[in-house]
Design a protein around this ligand. Structure first.
Ligand SMILES: O=C1O[C@H](COP(=O)(O)O)[C@@H](O)[C@H](O)[C@H]1O
Length: 260
């Protein structure tokens, strides 16, 4: 999919009438990415966000086409709380997806709950987990995920990369930590831009009228530099926005019809 009259790797904006239609097409998109990845290398690497994203994955439940044993799942960001804490992104993904599907536990990569009191150790350990999965297999400078699913907060943050934060310029680390997130809880770890921007496919999922101004800012005025506007996957990576019509109401950027 590519936007009409847009450069080949310009973001593709796909808008759906409601979140059910969005979730349905998102599942179809994920399955296509899974197939392409399994055909090429026999494994599928995906990174998930928290917030409103996990609920949008319902199209994967009871779906016989998902090859759960081939998935390796990481978290784009995680709040530094116990894994069963209501703020945990892992708990949200478990509640809405993993508890309902036959994915092997070892294919899911949560943060190490024994390291919650040491942010540096915690983010280092998560980076090492990524290195075990990627660097040893692909020998690349940064991990190359088959698919990264992102959310966008009403302030334009994505992952745990917040407007004006020093982590927006981090270029070396794969996983960074912060203890001053403006959105609670304050302590988090997050993928950095180099990791996000090396993925083969990055999909933002954003729905609801509370995101209408931010979505228009990001797509129509990317030069404003909000964190979500800084996601620009390197060639051959492609960026997609899956949104609902409520969130897209003010966006001038051209829509692309959904097509696999
Ligand atoms: O705090 C977070 O917020 C973002 C956006 O959440 P949403 O509820 O507005 O979709 C989310 O993508 C991120 O994973 C999470 O930690």
């Amino acid at each position: 999919m590519a936007g009409v009259h847009q450069p080949p790797n310009a973001p593709a904006l796909v808008s759906f009438p409601d979140t059910d239609a969005l979730a349905h097409s998102l599942a179809a998109f994920i399955l296509k990415a899974q197939k392409d990845s399994l055909d090429k290398k026999g494994r599928f690497t995906i990174a998930l966000s928290g917030g409103s994203l996990p609920k949008m994955l319902k199209g994967l439940v009871d779906n016989p086409s998902v090859k759960w044993d081939k998935w390796q799942v990481f978290y784009v960001d995680e709040r530094v709380v116990p894994l069963d804490h209501p703020d945990s992104n892992h708990l949200a993904c478990t509640t809405h997806l993993f508890s309902k599907v036959p994915i092997p536990a070892e294919n899911i990569h949560p943060i190490d709950p024994t390291l919650l009191n040491d942010l540096e150790e915690l983010s280092d350990a998560y980076e090492k987990d990524l290195i075990r999965e990627f660097a040893q297999k692909d020998a690349a400078r940064f991990p190359i995920f088959d698919l990264i699913l992102l959310g966008m907060g009403p302030d334009g943050h994505t992952a745990s990369l917040f407007p004006g934060h020093e982590l927006l310029t981090e270029e070396d680390r794969w996983v960074a930590y912060l203890d001053d997130s403006p959105k609670p809880p304050p302590k988090r770890i997050t993928f950095t831009y180099p990791v996000i921007n090396h993925a083969l496919r990055v999909v933002f999922v954003a729905a609801g009228k509370e995101k209408v101004d931010t979505l228009s800012n990001i797509l129509d005025h990317p030069e404003a530099g909000l964190p979500a506007a800084r996601v620009k996957p390197a060639h051959p990576g492609q960026l997609y926005w899956f949104v609902d019509d409520a969130a897209a109401e003010k966006v001038q950027y051209p829509r692309t019809p959904f097509k696999l």
